[in-house]
Design a protein around this ligand. Structure first.
Ligand SMILES: [Mn+2]
Length: 372
């Protein structure tokens, strides 16, 4: 029995200002749609007995009409081909407020499409296989209940678990997101009962064990993911084979950090010219300039730097100025608001405030604002 497992498609994600000349869609948004369509085509060609998507189908809980149309078009093709398709909701596609309703309600109206999104355990029987689903749960109690509810039927030939979060409660597989969940290893309690565990959330493809796998994402949502491949898993339950199939995606490259302590503006340009080459063509490129002297920083011509890298798709510049006491000033780079907020709090000293409580409240306000 062949399975295709993929995850973290983040449809609707968009970034930067480049526009696809043909469709007038944001080019990064289009990149994610292209990757999605590549995998849909691969599924139709491979015709597996089952497809599982391990969460974060969309980038947001309320996808745009276009993201929705592209998702439905792909899902419909698989449905029409008679290939059973199981999807679970991830942290990016689970609404904070239940009354919002879930887009997966609509998606599961397609024949052959099964979605688990209700912050609880669900099991689907497909062919010779029980597909055990633990989607993202809004509360940790719900997550615990969902794992406790897993039921193994001794008469069923194959068991597959699909879940979304950081594996075995380890921060190792964290995406640094405020609402991510830490998933326990159910085999610690149940024994090795699963033929395959399909994981989503961590965007890097990685085998935790032969049969426990993060497929990784199909495109990269930040420079933290530079160097990650894009692809999906092709698993044969009978033969016990687990193959990763890479797909093409836009190159994302972090250039080596340039120490500018003793460099003039002119010398910086010359060093950058050495770093720039045809291999960066149409790539997402991150450039870090460290220890720039104050006067040099003022003299630097940003347009000149952009022109040195004119072949790239996008140039992310991280600039750190040299200061007297040895500390470096952060330049133009900023992480997600919740991360920056946590960093800010870490640096503060309070005598009469509960930092943990402050952090909890702040992150909750931010998460509500982001959801809205
Ligand atoms: Mn994700």
């Amino acid at each position: 029995m062949k399975i295709i497992h993929f995850s973290d498609t983040h449809l609707g994600f968009s970034e930067y200002t480049r526009i696809d000349p043909e469709t007038a869609i944001n080019q990064r948004e289009k990149d994610f749609y292209n990757a999605w369509q590549t995998i849909i085509t691969a599924i139709l060609e491979t015709a597996p007995a089952l497809v599982v998507h391990a969460g974060d189908l969309f980038h947001t809980t309320r996808p745009t009409n276009r993201a929705l149309a592209i998702a439905l078009e792909g899902i419909q093709k698989i449905s029409n081909a008679g290939i059973p398709f199981v999807l679970i909701s991830g942290n990016h596609s689970t609404p904070k407020i239940k009354a919002t309703g879930s887009i997966f309600e609509a998606i599961s109206l397609f024949p052959n499409v099964f979605a688990a999104y209700g912050s609880r355990y669900e099991k689907f029987h497909i062919g010779d296989c029980d597909v055990h689903c633990v989607p993202h749960c809004s509360l940790s109690e719900e997550l615990e209940q969902a794992f406790d509810a897993i039921e193994i039927d001794p008469d069923v030939k194959y068991n597959v678990l699909v879940s979304h979060g950081s594996w075995a409660g380890a921060r190792t597989y964290s995406m640094g997101e405020f609402n991510e969940q830490l998933i326990p290893n159910p085999e610690a309690k149940l024994g090795k009962v699963f033929n395959y565990i399909a994981l989503g959330h961590y965007h890097k493809h990685i085998h935790i064990d032969d049969h426990i796998v993060y497929s990784g994402s199909i495109e990269r949502t930040s420079f933290n993911e530079a160097g990650y491949s894009s692809g999906y898993m092709l698993v044969d339950l009978a033969a016990s084979t687990h193959d990763y199939i890479p797909i093409a995606s836009r190159n994302m490259i972090k250039l080596p950090t340039l120490d500018c302590d003793s460099l003039s503006a002119f010398e910086i340009y010359r060093e950058l010219e050495k770093l720039s080459g045809p291999e960066l063509e149409q790539s997402l490129v991150s450039l870090e300039l460290n220890n720039i002297q104050h006067d040099t920083l003022i003299a630097l011509d940003w347009q000149k730097i952009d022109s040195i890298f004119q072949q790239v798709f996008h140039l992310e510049k991280i600039i750190r100025q040299k200061v007297q006491d040895g500390n470096q000033l952060m330049g133009a780079s900023m992480d997600a608001l919740p991360i920056e907020f946590e960093r800010y709090l870490e640096r503060q000293e309070f005598s009469n405030l509960d930092k943990a409580r402050l952090k909890g409240l702040g992150l909750a306000y931010l998460s509500n604002a982001i959801d809205e």
